[in-house]
Design a protein around this ligand. Structure first.
Ligand code: PNS
Length: 158
């Protein structure tokens, strides 16, 4: 069984994340989407809300499962027998940051990191930009799944 993890905050998931998850699902037998529990960072959606959203929007991929984790990602990988991490790279500055993380994770555990170039259609996209646009009334349709679009409007504009 070939397993990989797609880790992140997913607050909320964007179409860029979903593209990477879907492409990983074509390459691997099992893709675990792992949501970081980060008590130090305030979030728009709770971890459990994010898990519900992720489960709904990845329904079409039977090989995708969604879990939460805290602590080190490589410990989660070890506990779940996952040998590799997949990360989307949008721009060169992502690579700079992700390379260091990948090297550290490998040094800590031997877990590999595989980089997948983001679809250029989404290379400008991030959860924080989506939240900012939605907060000020901008249109984020096409940037996030329809469910997220609806939930953003509900949460940010009452
Ligand atoms: O969506 P994000 O916030 O960019 O995701 C970052 C994430 C969750 C992948 C990263 O912060 C992470 O792996 N955190 C867990 C702690 C850890 O393992 N840090 C790496 C030490 S080298």
């Amino acid at each position: 069984m070939r397993r990989v993890v797609c880790p992140g905050s997913f607050d909320p998931i964007t179409n860029g994340h979903l593209d990477i998850i879907g492409r990983a699902a074509r390459l691997y037998d099992e893709v675990t989407v792992a949501v970081l529990i980060n008590v130090e960072k305030s979030s728009l959606f709770t971890v459990d809300e994010r898990i519900d959203i992720l489960q709904t929007v990845t329904k079409e991929y039977p090989q995708v499962k969604v879990r939460k984790f805290h602590g080190l990602l490589v410990d989660f990988c070890r506990q779940n027998d996952i040998p590799a991490i997949v990360k989307g790279i949008r721009v060169v500055s992502d690579f700079d940051y992700e390379l260091q993380m990948a090297q550290l994770n490998y040094r800590l555990s031997g877990v590999e990191t595989l980089f997948m170039p983001t679809n250029p259609e989404y290379s400008f996209l991030s959860s924080s930009r989506v939240k900012e646009i939605a907060r000020y009334g901008g249109d984020v349709s096409g940037l996030v799944p329809d469910l997220v679009h609806k939930l953003l409007i509900e949460r940010l504009r009452g």
